[in-house]
Design a protein around this ligand. Structure first.
Ligand code: NAG
Ligand code: NAG
Length: 456
């Protein structure tokens, strides 16, 4: 009995050594793989981020070093308020599995293994996982009555295609953009069935306040008919990321009270960076031809998302671009504040004021979206989109995006484009007599902009 046991033991030992060798060989590769796939998540050294952004800049545009610096600062700010690392992080689980085998074979004890895992976990970013989802039948609108029809979206140019409905393919999925409930980004994608494996241009559409990705379906279908891959997301605290009619407003107030999230614009910008990580990996999308557009809040997401993420290569914000600092300095912040009344009322009470004034406005932006009225405001972030084709569509009489507030960002951006002989890649159109409203003309102009630059 004994000799057999001994030989079994040596086989066992040999096997252990092989497994350990394989594990040791793979663990560092695996970790660097996780890092490579989630560069923009927290706990990465700053230089790693800078490297990535520099290389993206070299590849995707010729933006100035000021723009690269702004992006790096912006990314650091975004990283500073991500949800704490998820202990269920996939890489830790996989690492534990490898370690379990290793430890089991080498008869090491588990306390050592868990110590090692804790160390690894600090470097462990949430991997960009894709989870399939069901179509949303009855999407949540945080406004009453529920909107039913948009003349502007219905007017979007389309191609007449027989059997369009049969040819239309729909994907619903979630992307993991960080730990926690809000770190699950719901995505809706529409495209035409294609026989050729050719990569196509994509356009990301961003909805306005209190609406959702399903609201954008008329636009998605129109672009899909024109051979784009059309993508919409629910922004933070909207659509599937909302529980009830007050979720978004509750989140804004909570951010004011606790300063731990950035529900106004910035958290969704983070999601847009992670969405770009996914889109460039898809076999059906041409990674050099990804456009981005959106209305109102979606226009702000478009502008700041494109400023932060150079992989959005053609940009068309609609009634979103505005000067937050300019509005404070020129006493023109009232219409913007009215659109977020509960938040500013809470802040007014907390600050012991009898009326909302510019100090309240300034303090709210500082707290819930730090830098929005300073280093990430339009004069810095609009020029940072250069030299990518940028079409800003606004209403001439929009009180939430006063036109005079765009003079400085416009002139700075224009200079960037002109100096690089690409003046034609920058356009600001203020539709005469129009307030805070997306019009059929804006939808048409955005469509033509994408057709011209993304060539579907
Ligand atoms: C397990 O590891 C700890 C610390 O590394 C050590 O003190 C302990 O003696 C080990 N136990 C066994 C049974 O090997
Ligand atoms: C919405 O949900 C939140 C959190 O669950 C809750 O605190 C709030 O009272 C709800 N609001 C309404 C109008 O039901």
């Amino acid at each position: 009995m004994e000799p057999i046991n001994r030989s079994e033991n040596s086989w066992f030992l040999l096997l252990s050594v092989i497994i350990m060798a394989v594990a040791v060989w793979h663990v560092p590769n695996f970790i660097s793989h996780v890092r490579a796939n989630s560069v923009s998540t927290s706990n990465l050294p700053h230089h790693a981020i800078a490297t990535r952004f520099n290389s993206a800049d070299r590849k995707m545009d010729h933006s100035s070093s000021a723009a690269a610096e702004m992006r790096s600062d912006f990314l650091q700010l975004l990283r500073s308020r991500r949800t704490a690392e998820d202990p269920g992080c996939e890489s830790v689980i996989r690492l534990k599995r490898i370690q379990f085998i290793t430890n089991y074979c080498l008869l090491q004890n588990l306390s050592q293994s868990s110590k090692h895992s804790t160390k690894i976990q600090q470097n462990c970013a949430v991997p960009l996982s894709v989870e399939s989802a069901q179509p949303v039948k009855d999407p949540l609108f945080q406004e009453t009555p529920t909107p039913t029809y948009s003349e502007a979206m219905e007017s979007c140019p389309k191609k007449e295609i027989p059997n369009f409905k049969e040819l239309l393919q729909e994907e619903n999925f979630y992307l993991t953009t960080e730990a926690g409930e809000q770190g699950r980004l719901p995505v809706l994608l529409l495209k035409l069935k294609e026989d050729t494996p050719e990569r196509r241009p994509a356009v990301v559409f961003l909805h306005s306040t209190h609406k959702n990705k399903e609201w954008l379906r008329p636009l998605l279908e129109a672009y899909a008919s024109r051979n784009y891959i059309a993508i919409a997301i629910d922004s933070r605290y909207h659509g599937e990321r909302a529980k009830n009619l007050t979720t978004y407003q509750d989140a804004l107030v909570s951010s004011w009270k606790h300063g731990d999230t950035m529900p106004f614009i910035f958290d969704t910008v983070w999601d847009l960076i992670k969405l770009a990580d996914h889109l460039v990996e898809r076999p059906d999308i041409d990674p050099s031809r990804i456009g981005i557009t959106g209305e109102s809040l979606g226009g702000m997401h478009t502008w700041l998302g494109a400023a932060a993420e150079t992989r959005y290569s053609v940009v068309a914000p609609v009634i979103g671009v505005q000067g937050f600092r300019w509005a404070i300095e020129h006493d023109m912040w009232q219409a913007r504040v009215d659109s977020l009344k509960r938040l500013f009322e809470e802040a007014r009470v907390d600050l012991g004021k009898s009326a909302i004034d510019k100090e309240v406005v300034e303090k709210v932006w500082d707290r819930i979206a730090p830098g929005l009225a300073s280093r990430f405001d339009a004069p810095y972030t609009v020029p940072a989109i250069a030299l990518r084709p940028l079409l800003i569509l606004n209403g001439e009489k929009d009180p939430r995006c006063p036109l005079s507030g765009l003079e400085l960002p416009e002139s700075r951006a224009r200079k960037e484009y002109e100096e690089a002989n690409s003046a034609e890649n920058f356009k600001l159109v203020a539709e005469p007599g129009i307030g805070h409203q997306m019009t059929p003309l804006m939808v048409k102009q955005a469509s033509e902009w994408f057709d011209q630059h993304l060539k579907p």
